[in-house]
Design a binder for this molecule. Structure first.
Ligand code: EPU
Length: 339
């Protein structure tokens, strides 16, 4: 196990925040993971697992061990005329994996094109975009139990997926290290999802109305590039907050006051409201504060234009949360992991 000390985390977080880790190591195999778990350092120090670093905000130096998960590999574990089942290493880049599937004309993850991060982080927050969540395709999630070092597999049901939620953020947090995911994709009779209006519109604009894995992936990439900042150029971690679900009663009350309030049905008594709308109504869209700010095209995304501090971004997030609470009586919950 190669452990480095006092490591700069700037290259390991897409927010582009400068912060140091007391210890840093990488794991590339199950054996590495087991050796790490059994080590004194791991037992003594607090620790975090890092994938692509695309969903964290570092507000200070990390006084513990940062473990970069780099398990690679894509393996077809089952295939017939209609479907293919793949086991993919947690450290694989998510978008590169999607591009691999698109190139083979395998359907199921095309709506999730261009999401930053790694494969292992995908089940953690049940990544979702443009009408599709990864829970739809996941068969099992494999990993190592941190207490015992045992390699085990969790069924889709056991992962308890919800909107940006899974057991890995709750009961299994710090207890299970995801090493790979196994997912099933379609080889024909693809179940395309173009329920998200902008996909159909974009396909039309691109003159590519025929529904195919490649066309939908390209449309999603086009939409994302047109409104979301590229983390390689502008530091960000995607949506900073989750879209809140509110009670129908509060929705009806707010709708009378704000007739343009957009909403989507959630469950029987709950209604989902776009956090972007709430944040825009509070006047934050496009605002900058020195090196940081609120993205001018998607106010749900907080940005670091270069040299911004994590603590200041967190303060901005809390100010946004406070103003949305005051105006709408809705408490926005961060989607990003704040350290
Ligand atoms: N809106 C505004 N002002 C804006 C932008 C949006 O009022 O400037 C309102 C509009 O009513 C719009 C609605 O927000 O119809 C939804 O906007 P958008 O389609 O951009 O999606 P979102 O709900 O803001 C979610 C995900 C994104 C995902 C998109 C597309 C969450 C927290 N975010 O955003 O995920 O790409 O849908 O499916 O659910 C991410 O998780 O990092 C992420 C980018």
């Amino acid at each position: 196990m190669n452990v480095q000390e006092n490591i700069e985390l700037l290259p390991y977080n897409t927010f582009g925040i400068k912060a140091r880790a007391k210890y840093f190591t990488a794991i590339r195999s199950i054996a590495d993971a087991q050796a790490l778990i059994a080590s004194d350092l791991f037992r003594k120090e607090k620790h975090i697992f890092l994938g692509g670093g695309s969903n964290i905000l570092l507000t200070k130096d990390y006084d513990g061990l940062v473990v970069k998960v780099e398990l690679q590999g894509k393996e077809v574990v089952q295939e017939d005329d209609d479907t293919v089942t793949l086991k993919v290493g947690a450290g694989e880049n998510w978008h590169a994996f999607v591009m691999h599937c698109v190139a083979q004309d395998w359907g199921g993850v095309e709506n999730l094109s261009l999401i930053p991060g790694t494969v292992g982080a995908a089940p953690m927050q049940n990544i979702g975009a443009y009408g599709v969540e990864i829970k739809k395709n996941i068969l099992t999630v494999e990993g190592v139990e941190i207490g015992s070092g045992t390699v085990t597999s969790m069924s889709n049901e056991a992962c308890r997926f919800g909107y940006r939620e899974s057991i890995f953020k709750h009961e299994a947090k710090d207890k299970f290290l995801i090493s790979s995911i196994t997912l099933t994709l379609t080889k024909k009779n693809h179940a395309f999802n173009i329920s998200y209006g902008a996909i159909e519109e974009t396909l039309k604009q691109m003159g590519r109305e025929k529904l195919s894995v490649k066309n939908i992936s390209d449309a999603v990439i086009h939409i994302r590039q047109s409104k979301l900042p590229d983390p390689a150029r502008v530091g960000n971690a995607g949506s900073f907050f989750k879209n809140p679900s509110i009670h129908a009663d509060l929705h009806d009350f707010l709708k009378k006051r704000y007739p343009s309030l957009p909403s989507f049905p959630s469950t029987d008594s709950l209604v989902k409201i776009p956090a972007a709308w709430l944040i825009e109504q509070c006047g934050w869209k496009g605002k900058t504060f020195g090196a940081i700010g609120v993205h001018p095209l998607q106010p749900l995304v907080l940005v670091n234009y270069g040299g911004g501090e994590g603590e200041k971004i967190w303060q901005l997030a809390m100010d946004i949360q406070g103003s949305v609470k005051e105006k709408f009586d809705i408490i926005l919950q961060p989607e990003v992991n704040v350290l």
